[in-house]
Each structure stands twice: as structure tokens, then as C-alpha cells.
Design a protein around this ligand. Structure first.
Ligand code: AMP
Length: 187
């Protein structure tokens, strides 16, 4: 039976967002630590990224941050946890993928969306079977789900792919969904 040990979190790097989004990132961080799950993330100290990583660390959990050299200043690497500095974005994304068993997508911008969609496209191509859950409390990701359903309704992506699209509204539900999907995908 596959075990969930490391969760990659994709999320926004902006500090200017509604406090509720930062709070959700903290809540997720605490939930990961409580469930003994390692956080794998982009390594930044800003926005939801920093909030989530700090919460895991403060709750005694394990974190791996992976940061490309050129973003060190901009995303202000969080140095209190284990981190790796890599040459470029491609290496960062590959390492985030390799080091994790599943993905959670918190509210974020174009970078978050790009990372999530790339992992979905790899799943679509059969390159991996790692589950993903989108997490928000206010329907932040609803327009994305509407778009994906529209794409599937149009038969551009097969019907079976709908099950890959998981949308939850609490950290606990997102983690539970990943565990369930991990079992389904391996059976
Ligand atoms: P954002 O959601 O735009 O705030 O970005 C969240 C994270 O995604 C940040 O760590 C960005 O460095 C990262 N990011 C931005 N653009 C890309 C991209 N093209 N591929 C992968 N990650 C990205």
C-alpha cells in the first residue's frame, strides 16, 4: 500500500492578498505537521509559500524548500528549514515533483497555475499517478474547475480525467482526499 509521506504545495508568492488566504496556508502547514507529512515547496519566505512553510516549521514538522538561484532575492528564501538552491526553474519543478507523493494547490497566481497544470498534464500523459487536490475556502479555484469541466464536456480531455480534479475546502479534507486517491490510483 503506498504511503503519503511528502506533500508538494503550490501556492501564491504575493504578500498583498486577503489575510484569509495567508491564514489558510498557515492552517495547511499546521495540518501537514500534525499528520507527520513533509512539506515540499518552492523555498520562498513570501506570501502563502512563506506562511505555509513557517507554520510547518513552528509546529515541529519537516520542510524541504527548493529555490532557483535567480529568485533568491525576490522570493526571500526561508533559511530556517532544509533548502536546496538549484540552477533554474526547470530543475526546481522537477525536484519538487521527485521529492513528493502528492500535490496540494492553494490559491495563487500564474506561477501556481502553471505548476499545477503541468502536473495535471503529466498525469494526463500517464507520466505519473500522484494525486492532486485544489484547496480553497471561498471557491477561489471554481473558475478553473469550470474551465476544466468545459474542456472535458467538449471531449478535448477524456471523461475519466474528471476524477483527477479534486476540490476541497479544508486542509484535513484535502489531505484525506490525497490519501484516498493514492490508494485508488495504485489499485
Ligand atoms: P505565483 O502563483 O505567480 O505567485 O507563483 C508561485 C510560485 O510559482 C513562485 O515560487 C514562482 O517562482 C513560481 N513560478 C512562477 N512562474 C513559474 C513557472 N513558469 N513555472 C513554475 N513555477 C513558476
Amino acid at each position: 500500500m503506498p504511503k503519503l509521506k511528502s506533500v508538494c504545495v503550490y501556492c501564491g508568492s504575493s504578500n498583498d492578498v486577503k489575510p484569509a488566504y495567508i491564514q489558510l496556508a498557515k492552517d495547511l502547514g499546521r495540518a501537514l505537521a500534525e499528520k507527520d507529512l513533509r512539506l515540499v515547496y518552492g523555498g520562498g519566505g513570501v506570501g502563502l509559500m512563506g506562511a505555509c512553510a513557517r507554520a510547518v516549521h513552528e509546529a515541529g514538522g519537516e520542510v524541504l524548500g527548493i529555490m532557483p538561484k535567480f529568485l533568491l532575492q525576490k522570493e526571500r528564501i526561508f533559511e530556517d528549514v532544509e533548502h536546496v538552491i538549484v540552477d533554474d526553474m526547470h530543475t526546481r519543478k522537477q525536484m519538487m515533483f521527485d521529492e513528493s507523493d502528492a500535490f496540494i494547490v492553494l490559491p495563487g497566481g500564474i506561477g501556481t497555475l502553471e505548476e499545477a497544470v503541468e502536473m495535471l498534464s503529466w498525469a494526463r500523459l500517464g507520466l505519473h499517478a500522484k494525486p492532486m487536490a485544489f484547496l480553497d475556502e471561498d471557491g477561489f479555484w471554481a473558475p478553473f474547475f469550470e474551465l476544466m469541466n468545459h474542456i472535458i464536456d467538449g471531449k478535448f480531455t477524456p471523461e475519466e480525467f474528471r476524477a483527477t480534479l479534486v476540490h476541497e475546502n479544508t486542509p484535513e479534507a484535502a489531505i484525506a482526499a490525497l490519501k484516498d486517491r493514492l490508494v485508488t490510483l495504485s489499485s
